[in-house]
Each structure stands twice: as structure tokens, then as C-alpha cells.
Design a protein around this ligand. Structure first.
Ligand code: FMN
Length: 176
């Protein structure tokens, strides 16, 4: 692959002190130098999906960023046993795009108190939009608050290594 690998990072949380966003920032700091890692932080601007033929400007922008990316890295929490609504809503807009997700390698880290339900549900959505989920590119981090210190750094080496492993799986899939 010529040039830098482009990965778009997306946090499913809009909270200012979000654990999912903290993990995404950690990922951004761990990627190798041949990766350009950009974080999309305009989820709150995406209007509610209405299957309209007129695509709102924030959605056009979102789909453009996705289409330009070689891979997408999601970090999501779980709210009320599900995927955060703002993220699910934004992905609903991409279903009819032939360039946003089909065959695009994606990684998913779910960081929540439990998180298993959102993790499973979001993997189904990632399949529905025909993205490619490489082996080893998914990770469920339960009890996330206990895994981060007050500076939002990962406390233990095992967790850090499992995050590194997800990154490597995503990059390996992009390069193949
Ligand atoms: C309204 C609300 C609902 C929640 N529901 C769940 C849930 O169903 N399952 C779960 O594992 N955690 C749940 N949590 C806990 C969050 O997953 C946890 O606080 C997580 O760290 C929040 O992610 P964030 O910091 O990235 O926003 C909930 C938290 C809130 C505020």
C-alpha cells in the first residue's frame, strides 16, 4: 500500500469524559507512524435518519470521511442494553452508500460496565452494512472504569496488550 493508511476513529459516546472516547484516544496514540488516525467527533450533528433522498450536509460529510478511510475503528459504550442511539442513527444513513462500509475493515472495542449486549448488537449492524470484521479486531472491555486511572490511561498491561492486538488485526487486514 502506497502512502499512509487512513483510519477513521469513531466514539459512540458524546460525553465529555467518556471512557469509550478515552480508549479511542489511547488507540490513536498507539498506532504506528504509517497510520493517519483521525477522530470523527461530529456525531451529534447528524440528523435523525428518515430515508430521505435529500442527504443532509452532515451526513454527506460523514459518508465522505468514511469513504476516504481505509479502515474504521469504533469504541462504544452500552446504554440501556443497547448501542448508543446517535451512533446507530448515523450508521443507518450509510446503509445505502456503496463506498462508506462495504468490504471496509473495521475494529470494535466496546468499553462499558457490562457491554456484551451492545457489543453483540453492533457486530450485527457492522455485518448489515457489509463491513469486514477481521479476526481479532473486536474486544469487549467490561468494568471499564476500573481499567482506567484518573488520567484516563489504561492501568494494566494485559488490557493495553489486547488493545494493541485489535489495532494490529485491523491494520493487518487493511494491508492484505
Ligand atoms: C443512561 C445510562 C445507561 C447505561 N446502561 C448501561 C447498560 O445497559 N449496560 C452497561 O454495561 N452499562 C450501562 N451504562 C454504564 C456505561 O456503559 C458506562 O458508564 C460507560 O463507561 C459509559 O460510557 P462513556 O463513558 O463512554 O459514555 C449506562 C450508563 C448510563 C449513563
Amino acid at each position: 500500500m502506497k502512502g499512509k493508511i487512513k483510519i477513521l476513529g469513531i466514539s459512540g459516546s458524546l460525553r465529555s469524559n467518556s471512557s469509550a472516547s478515552a480508549i479511542l484516544n489511547i488507540v490513536a496514540g498507539l498506532v504506528p507512524a504509517n497510520v493517519e488516525f483521525n477522530i470523527y467527533n461530529r456525531l451529534a450533528e447528524v440528523p435523525a435518519f428518515d430515508d430521505s433522498s435529500e442527504i443532509p450536509a452532515p451526513v454527506v460529510h460523514f459518508i465522505k470521511l468514511l469513504s476516504e478511510a481505509d479502515g474504521v475503528f469504533f469504541c462504544i459504550p452500552e446504554y440501556a442494553f443497547g448501542v448508543p442511539g446517535a451512533l446507530k442513527n448515523a450508521l443507518d444513513w450509510t446503509v445505502s452508500s456503496s463506498t462508506a462500509f462495504p468490504d471496509k475493515p473495521v475494529a470494535l472495542i466496546t468499553a462499558a460496565t457490562g457491554g456484551d449486549k451492545a457489543h453483540a448488537a453492533f457486530l450485527l449492524t457492522l455485518k448489515a452494512i457489509s463491513s469486514k470484521i477481521p479476526d481479532g479486531a473486536t474486544l469487549l472491555l467490561s468494568f471499564i472504569r476500573s481499567k482506567l486511572n484518573e488520567k484516563n490511561e489504561v492501568k494494566d498491561t494485559a488490557t493495553l496488550n489486547s488493545i494493541r492486538s485489535v489495532i494490529n488485526s485491523l491494520i493487518g487486514s487493511i494491508q492484505n
